[in-house]
Design a protein around this ligand. Structure first.
Ligand code: ADP
Length: 628
């Protein structure tokens, strides 16, 4: 028999398959089962209008069988089958996709709930990733003769007549021998094969059957087990997300989540939606109660499971969720997508972009609802995932800042409770024109800052920024409802009256020599030493001048590379009303050595108050003891 050559394009694709472009070769089973399901769809569709088919929905099935000794996997269907011309055209030519033609011919198809998966004719060739030889025996519905198509890869294929009773197709894969890099034998293992079928094809709408060996108690011998073979249906067929919301109980949602995403806790929230319009898709999205176990590791991958008509295309489609929602889990199923071969192609998919946008909106709506109607739940959510949202404001040059700004919460000095920016602004005192905040390790520590006390004394509330990202996020926001933000440890707060200010300026001016001298003692550590009147009863504090605040400097210094360029310019502020001020004047006049020691002590104290490390703790301790 003469061997026929594949068409040029097919040959190229086949070569790619043989030398495998897929990293997960296991998807061949998904592709072949999808083809079988399509073929059944076609015959089923015909049966609706053509009595000669003589089959009803329950008669259709796909069977899979693995023979370890012969190293074969067989996939059979009782679908529409192929004539010899169709075998030639469909399996010999890549560009001609049978599914695509069928869809065009039958505009009716959609209305009749027949969905044909896969408009991209590469699926079948994926079998060559795992098989050295592929045999396709097929009998078209209504034909008298069956044909066998055989190929051992790139050098061509043959087609010959053969025997087959019923219409349908049987595909036999001769599985490759294992190599150092590839374990092909795994696919011959019953357990592995059935696991893959469940993973990828669980929601195929026809039963996928396989003879499975189980170990069962032996009735004749107490306590012993025997092997029993049963034909099992592997797929569950009805995807939860395709059911009507009203038919699903909360428990069902929760169980599905826990099984599918391996969590032992119920999710905090479930979003189940059916969308039609620019894109048609079903989505089932979960907000977990706790971060996924590997959430903080580098290995964590965000994304949703992507299905097309119940067939898994991708386990973690990262393009479906923005980074700030990286914690969500879930499923998207859309008939608009094709069973494409690569992530790269999928990334550019226009439909996918529309779906991603719609999902982003759905999650935001759910959170908004939670924030407005169930504040406790929202705060729980925020304590777990709020940092993510704050990074979302900062990321991508603030592209999403307006969409996210109303989702963030901060604790504040008034009651040490969470407030939104909106709530803060609405509760602002009449004469207050900026939003005050302070940074620190914890709310408790910030509450004890001298500056906090001073601002509170004026009747203003202070937001507590305790996450590294907080100040970066609000720098990006710049303002909220027309109100600017002011770091009470950095910015000139203008809390004093004109007279008080004038008095302070005069004092600083008059003490210039001493303050310069003190700055000199501290080398390059500070950019200025000055008197202040805005720190209550405390003696000293540190503040920062310019763009970089103390907290930002701390964060930046921990980043890889140290970010040396971004250093905070520190200012040592001394309470002009404090007794220590008088002492400093006295020492400046009489004892410069002691002034130097005092300056060092005050500076180190100020660092400690701000939560900064001090360079030489031993020296500092010694200095203090000496004074005693
Ligand atoms: P696609 O399914 O994306 O069209 P494939 O390369 O997987 O591409 O298959 C090419 C064509 O071969 C299909 O469109 C279909 O017409 C035909 N085909 C494949 N498998 C079967 C099958 N089991 N029964 C009937 N036709 C099949």
């Amino acid at each position: 028999m003469r061997k026929k050559q594949f068409k040029a394009e097919s040959k190229k694709l086949l070569d790619m398959m043989i030398h495998s472009i897929y990293t997960n070769k296991e998807i061949f089973i998904r592709e072949l089962i999808s083809n079988a399901s399509d073929a059944i769809d076609k015959l089923y569709f015909k049966s609706l209008t053509d009595d000669s088919v003589g089959m009803s929905k329950g008669d259709f099935e796909i069977t899979v069988d693995a023979d370890k000794d012969a190293r074969t996997i067989t996939i059979s269907d009782n679908g529409i089958g192929m004539t010899s011309d169709e075998l030639e055209a469909n399996l010999g030519t890549i560009a001609k996709s049978g599914s695509l033609n069928f869809k065009k011919d039958n505009e009716e198809a959609k209305k009749n709930d027949i969905e044909v998966i896969g408009q991209f004719g590469v699926g079948f060739y994926s079998s060559f990733m795992v098989a050295s030889k592929v045999e396709v025996v097929s009998k078209a519905f209504g034909a008298d003769t069956a044909y066998k198509w055989i190929s051992e890869g790139a050098d061509g294929y043959t087609i010959e007549e053969c025997e087959k009773d019923e219409a349908g197709t049987v595909i036999t894969l001769y599985i490759k021998e294992d190599t150092d890099n590839d374990d092909y034998s795994q696919f011959l293992e019953q357990y592995r094969l059935s696991e893959l079928i469940r993973k990828y094809s669980d929601y195929i709408r026809y039963p996928i059957k396989m003879a499975m060996t189980h170990s069962v108690p032996d009735e004749e011998k107490e306590g012993e087990y025997k092997e029993e073979v049963t034909v099992d249906t592997l797929n569950s067929m009805i995807p939860l997300w395709r059911k009507n919301k009203s038919e699903i109980k909360e428990d069902e949602y929760n169980e599905f989540y826990k099984n599918k995403f391996m969590d032992y806790e119920n999710p905090l929230s479930v979003i189940h939606s059916k969308t039609e319009g620019q894109a048609t898709f079903d989505a089932l999205i979960y907000i977990p109660s706790k971060p996924p176990y590997d959430f903080y590791s580098k290995e964590y991958e965000k994304g949703l499971q992507l299905y097309t008509n119940g067939v898994l295309i991708m386990d973690k489609c990262s393009d479906l969720v923005p980074d700030y929602f990286s914690f969500v889990k879930g499923i998207v199923d859309s008939a608009d997508l094709s069973l494409n071969i690569s992530r790269e192609i999928l990334q550019q998919d226009y439909q996918l972009k529309i779906i991603a946008k719609a999902i982003d909106k759905k999650i935001k709506n759910e959170l908004k609802k939670m924030l407005n109607n169930d504040r406790d739940k929202y705060e729980t959510f925020f304590e777990t995932f709020g940092v993510q949202l704050k990074w979302g404001i900062y990321a991508n040059y603030g592209m999403e800042k307006d969409a996210l700004k109303d989702f963030i919460l901060f604790k504040s000095s008034k009651e040490n409770k969470y407030v939104t920016l909106k709530e803060y602004v609405e509760a602002m005192a009449e004469n207050q024109d900026v939003i005050y905040y302070a940074c620190g390790e914890s709310a408790e520590k910030i509450a004890l800052l001298p500056q906090t006390e001073a601002v509170k004394a004026k009747g203003y509330d202070v937001l507590y920024f305790t996450d590294d990202v907080d100040e970066f996020a609000i720098q990006m926001l710049m303002e909220y409802a027309g109100k600017k933000f002011a770091n009470i440890c950095k910015d000139d707060l203008n809390l004093s009256s004109e007279e008080e200010k004038k008095a302070l300026d005069e004092k600083n001016e008059a003490s210039k020599d001493m303050l310069e001298e003190m700055k000199g003692y501290l080398n390059d550590e500070v950019s200025a030493v000055k008197f202040t009147d805005s720190i209550g009863n405390h003696a000293v504090c540190l503040s920062a001048e310019g763009f970089v605040s103390l907290e930002m400097a701390k964060v930046l210094s921990q980043m890889p590379g140290g970010n040396q360029g971004m250093k905070a310019q520190l200012v040592l502020e001394i309470n002009a009303e404090h007794k220590v001020a008088e002492k400093l004047y006295e020492l400046f006049a009489q004892d410069k050595d002691k002034l130097k020691a005092y300056t060092n002590i005050l500076y180190n104290q100020a660092r400690l108050i701000s939560g900064l490390q001090i360079e030489n703790p031993t020296e500092f301790a010694d200095m203090v003891t000496d004074l005693m």
